[in-house]
Design a protein around this ligand. Structure first.
Ligand SMILES: Cc1ncc(C[n+]2csc(CCOP(=O)(O)OP(=O)(O)O)c2C)c(N)n1
Ligand SMILES: [Mg+2]
Length: 323
């Protein structure tokens, strides 16, 4: 079979999005160490190909439900990087006015609903949006639900998969299997670690994909989207690894340095860069320029966030439902 070729601008955009996601996370990590981030934060270092490959294969009008490890998802869905950084530093200019923080970055105007603090709850809500799309007969829209391997053991996720199967909802279930749920290896919580075997039990076609190969993810999701538009739900398990600790309080005591190191060698960004140079799309200098552009945007976003005012105390309860 002839090797697939891609448009250079498309690949450059993909590489930039992966670099932006990585550099955003590195900056958040640094800001956290400076004591500038309230609450906690979950970093997706090493998982960039799942967010970028998936979302780039979706249509602009598709909805995305993110995860608590979803900075990379929000950025790729087109949220404003300045507003995202400001949200993390709890500033008034943040995409949620500074009251959501790292875990609750969302922007409904971009059709991006962030994470829910209750794992499994997003799956149920994603189906709700998919049901609306179906009932209103909207022809070119689907819902993409990201969730983790640990979250796949929550009742809500399995119930949502079942309901989507029977109602043939346009929901694309994307499991980001990063091998751990907090400090627990997947093999300690489920006897069958091939999570793609779960979909067929609900009549939902399922596939595994190498979640560190951004183009493999992109191609898989593109195809799956067609299926979801015409037939109903699908499950894609994107297999990757959580290089970052679970959250900022993680001492990594449950896994070896060697294991983490071996996955750093499989870095999805390095891998994509190798593909791009070996196939003659970009020189190393060109890729460095793209990475520098991404860094400059993150630097500017940090300055924007730091210079932004904090929310007014008087408005603290404005978004709270009080009966
Ligand atoms: C219902 C519920 N149980 C427990 C938690 C606490 N919790 C937050 S993240 C997490 C691990 C989730 O693992 P996974 O779904 O694999 O996502 P990952 O953190 O690996 O990206 C847990 C147990 C929660 N938020 N909600
Ligand atoms: Mg996990």
């Amino acid at each position: 079979m002839a090797k697939k070729t891609y448009d250079k601008a498309f690949l450059g955009d993909m590489y930039k999005k992966m670099q932006s996601a990585r550099k955003f996370e590195e900056r958040v990590q640094w800001l956290f160490a400076q004591g500038m981030v309230h609450g906690t934060t979950h970093l997706g270092i090493g998982e960039e190909a799942t967010a970028v490959g998936t979302i780039m294969a979706l249509g602009e009008n598709d909805y995305v439900f993110g995860t608590h490890r979803g900075h990379n998802q929000g950025l790729t869905k087109g949220l404003d990087v300045n507003e995202m950084m400001a949200e993390i530093l709890a500033r008034k200019t943040g995409c949620c006015g500074g009251v959501g923080g790292s875990m609750h970055i969302a922007d409904p105007t971009k059709r991006y609903f962030g994470a829910d603090g209750v794992l499994g709850a997003s799956a149920v809500m994603a189906n709700g949006v998919a049901l609306a799309i179906k009932k209103e007969g909207r022809k070119d829209e689907i819902v993409n639900l990201f969730f983790g391997d640990g979250t796949f053991n929550q009742g809500g996720t399995l119930e949502a998969l079942n309901l989507a199967g029977i109602w043939k909802l346009p929901t694309l279930f994307v499991c980001v299997n990063n091998t751990y749920g907090m400090s627990t290896h997947i093999s300690r919580v489920t006897a069958e670690t091939d999570l793609a075997k779960r979909g067929p039990a609900f009549g939902v076609p399922s596939i595994n994909v190498d979640g560190n190969d951004v183009l493999a993810v992109y191609e898989a999701v593109k195809k799956a989207r067609e299926h979801v538009l015409t037939e109903g739900p699908m499950l894609i398990v994107e297999n990757t690894y959580r290089i970052s600790g679970h959250s900022k309080s993680d001492g990594n005591l449950y896994r070896t340095k060697e294991e983490i190191e071996s996955w750093k060698q499989k870095c999805p960004i390095k891998r994509f860069a190798k593909y791009l140079t070996e196939n003659g799309y970009f020189t190393e200098e060109e890729l460095q320029k793209i990475a520098d552009e991404a860094q400059a945007e993150i630097d500017a976003a940090t300055e924007f966030a730091k210079a932004s005012p904090e929310p007014d105390m008087a408005a603290a309860l404005d978004s709270v439902y009080v009966k």
